[in-house]
Design a protein around this ligand. Structure first.
Ligand SMILES: [Zn+2]
Length: 247
């Protein structure tokens, strides 16, 4: 069966000297993998019709027996050129792409995830160079997956005294509970927790990217978000570190 799909590449690998395997997030079919035969040849019709961080229309033959399908045609719909010249924005887009690739199972349709990814890439073109963009995008991604961090009070007893962040509990835990249960905690001052709550409610990054963070706030915020993402989505720590080393 031939499928026509709106699709964004998640990863591209060489398959032979002239062909490529491309994993895509499609709007209605979920994550699919295709072989693009001859895609690396100089006069291939695939040339320039797909790229990381770009949205394309993809035509492929669906194989019933396995999950590697045969790409037939491809047409670029939205190239997102900014990522070619804005290196920091490209780093943010690259992290979001790796995040979606690692957390999305194959062939499980999830149209809302496609919409979110498409929108986050559009926003990353404009706001991705700001260091606050990725934590904001991570909060939106977590909310989308139903893993919103719990930040209002202690996850375990509801107290609002001396809250710290505990990734394994999915949010803030009070000093008493953290001692009682010997939980690994990240020190997180009330101003940082309040900032996370504000960013979580912000549907657009324009506000969050304007927030000026002190070095202490920036350190705490990134410690919280990197442990939270690692724990909730089983990410390797280096996925996010690469992004912030140069920040
Ligand atoms: Zn408690």
């Amino acid at each position: 069966m031939i499928i026509r799909a709106t699709a964004i590449p998640l990863a591209c690998y060489p398959y032979s000297s002239t062909s490529q395997i491309v994993h895509w997030l499609t709007r209605y079919q979920g994550k699919v993998s295709t072989v693009l035969k001859g895609a690396m040849r100089p006069r291939s019709p695939f040339l320039g019709e797909y790229d990381l961080f770009s949205t394309s229309e993809l035509l492929y033959f669906e194989k019933r027996t396995h999950t590697l399908h045969a790409g037939k045609e491809c047409a670029m719909l939205h190239r997102r050129d900014r990522f070619r010249s804005d290196w920091r924005a490209m780093q943010a887009a690259s992290y979001l792409t790796a995040l979606i690739n690692r957390t999305t199972p194959e062939e499980a349709p999830h149209p809302e995830l496609f919409v979110l990814f498409d929108e986050l890439l559009d926003l990353a073109e404009e706001y991705g160079r700001h260091t606050n963009f990725v934590p904001w995008a991570e909060l939106q991604f977590s909310r989308h997956h139903g893993h919103t961090p719990h930040l209002a009070d202690c996850v375990l007893c509801g107290s609002i005294k001396e809250l710290r962040f505990c990734a394994s509990q999915g949010g803030t835990v009070c000093a008493v509970c953290s001692r009682k249960h010997k939980l690994p905690m990240i020190d997180c001052a009330p101003d940082v927790i309040a900032m996370l709550q504000t960013w979580l409610r912000a549907d657009h990054p324009a506000g969050p990217v304007k927030t000026q963070l002190t070095p202490r706030q920036s350190l705490a915020l990134n410690a919280v978000m990197s442990t939270f993402m690692m724990y909730q989505f089983s990410l390797p720590p280096n996925l996010r570190e690469k992004l912030f080393i140069q920040a």
